[in-house]
Ligand binder design. Sequence first.
Ligand SMILES: Cc1cc2nc3c(=O)[nH]c(=O)nc-3n(C[C@H](O)[C@H](O)[C@H](O)COP(=O)(O)O)c2cc1C
Length: 214
Amino acid sequence: MKKIFLLLLMILTVSGCGGASQEKTSTAPEKNQPTTQARSADKKILVVYFSRTGEEYNVGNITTGNTAIVADIIAKKLGADTFEVKAATPYPDAYEACTELAKRELESNARPAFAKNIDSFAQYDTIFVGYPIWWGAVPRVMMTFLEANALSGKTIVPFCTHGGSGLSGTEREIADACPNAKVLSGLAIVGKQCQNDPAAVESEVADWLKGLGY
Ligand SMILES: Cc1cc2nc3c(=O)[nH]c(=O)nc-3n(C[C@H](O)[C@H](O)[C@H](O)COP(=O)(O)O)c2cc1C
């Protein structure tokens, strides 16, 4: 009952919790290399994503996050590299504790530090950016990552997983964080489908990529 209430609360507050004060808590991240997959020499595509494991609403404990599953599907289809953004201080495994922390972060417009960064984005023209919807927004740690890198001159392709909110205007948040990038139309996948029916997700991803010309 408490969880149903929590989900309703999240959906109701989707449009109401974006405006916030300017508290920022970013620290300098470490550097790291993306995971490289075989790809044709002329294609320079990177899939960057943030995704959480642990207790998941209506699904139980998950060991691979929903967004991570979509990121992997995209990367395999395009032969792209992947890079997982991790919070310097991991988010709680417990669902409710995580929602409470995420709500406080959004309300204070925090910029929690991420663990590691990529050495250089120079070799990539196109960057797919994946995230779960948290309180109708991009998770604050992903905002820290985007603002730290800005991705100037790149084509950004957003994708998210969610519990019912869809993209919730997050394409705009990303465009604001990366003002000199071109942001394409995003994809929204219902999170539990990633765990329960990955074949259907693969087909949605394939249709979306085709529509974008990939
Ligand atoms: C902190 C938190 C806040 C959430 N807020 C929303 C929300 O506002 N709208 C929504 O549809 N789903 C919301 N969800 C559900 C997630 O977006 C969904 O389960 C997603 O697929 C999780 O992806 P991940 O496994 O990659 O982290 C929230 C989940 C968490 C943990």
